[in-house]
Design a binder for this molecule. Structure first.
Ligand code: AMP
Length: 281
């Protein structure tokens, strides 16, 4: 595995691979890798000759007061996991190499990024689309793999690629969970043992919505309330949002006629967790 820190060296390596007809698959991450990330590497390997994984904690997608400085950066463990997973290039730029002090160009999706996490984290998706566009220009992937865990991010990226005619296919991987249902997340390590138990309320809320839909419920007002009730039963958990939106447009819907994305953001103690499921009638 090659470890590359320079943006220029990465771009030259990618150009070299492309010239020799290699197919590049790319997995962008913020590191602190877990089985969720590694499942994306597996998908990437299955559809390419060379896998590039980037680790970059992107400052411009964090709001003031969020956990940018505290975000875990277990460099050696990440390197080992990448080697074991068969990553060919670990791209590990530092912030100064990615953003010039007078950086002044941003990429902004203006529709899908307004609700859900975009409403409670204003500017977050502008940071995400900007860095992903930059990374695409450096890594030059044929395919890029994203997790359904960040459902809104995935849809925003697909829209960016479509609207800016980027020559890259976007592949999505399903949410990887712990055996008890908690979605894997780098932020799970912030949780105390009791918060770890409390965090199961996200999955329980989604399970509740799924069973109601199986039993014939189509009103998202009822589904949202049922999910809120589950979370309200856990004192350490505080709802950031509980939404049912059209899976394609991400617009709120009141009555399920097409697939609906049930999406939650919940603070457990100080840790903000997200989870989601697609409900189909
Ligand atoms: P992050 O390091 O949190 O920026 O995530 C990098 C990529 O891994 C994103 O595409 C996430 O959606 C994906 N990801 C994170 N957690 C999971 C998970 N539990 N299952 C599947 N993909 C995940």
């Amino acid at each position: 595995m090659d470890i590359i820190r320079s943006v220029e060296v990465m771009q030259q390596a990618a150009l070299g691979l492309r010239r020799t007809g290699r197919r590049i698959a790319f997995v962008p991450t913020m590191g602190c890798l877990h089985e969720g990330h590694l499942s994306l590497v597996k998908l990437a390997r299955a559809c390419s000759d060379q896998v590039v994984l980037s680790i970059f904690v992107n400052p411009i997608q964090f709001l003031p007061g969020e956990d940018f400085a505290a975000y875990p950066r277990p460099v050696e463990a990440d390197e080992r996991l990448c080697r074991e997973a068969g990553v060919d290039f670990l791209f590990y730029p530092d912030t100064a190499l990615m953003y010039s002090p007078d950086h002044s160009v941003f990429v902004e999706e203006t529709c899908l990024s307004r609700g859900l996490c975009g409403a409670t984290r204003p500017g977050h998706f502008r940071g995400v689309t900007t860095v992903v566009a930059k990374l695409f220009n450096v890594v030059l992937p044929d395919v890029a793999v994203f997790g359904q865990k960040d459902a809104q991010q995935l849809r925003v990226i697909r829209r960016m690629v479509r609207d800016l005619n980027m020559p890259v296919s976007i592949l999505a991987g399903p949410i990887v969970r712990e055996p008890d249902g908690l979605a894997l997340s780098s932020r799970n390590r912030y949780l105390s043992p009791s918060e770890r138990q409390d965090a199961l309320c996200l999955r329980r809320a989604l399970d509740t919505a799924e069973s109601l839909v199986r039993a014939g419920q189509r009103s998202t007002v009822v589904l949202r309330q049922a999910m809120r009730d589950v979370i309200a039963g856990v004192p350490s958990a505080q709802v950031d949002y509980v939404e049912c939106v059209d899976d394609e447009t991400l617009e709120p819907v009141e009555w399920m006629e097409r697939p609906v994305l049930a999406a939650l953001a919940v603070r457990v103690g100080k840790t903000r967790l997200i989870d989601n499921t697609v409900l189909t009638s």
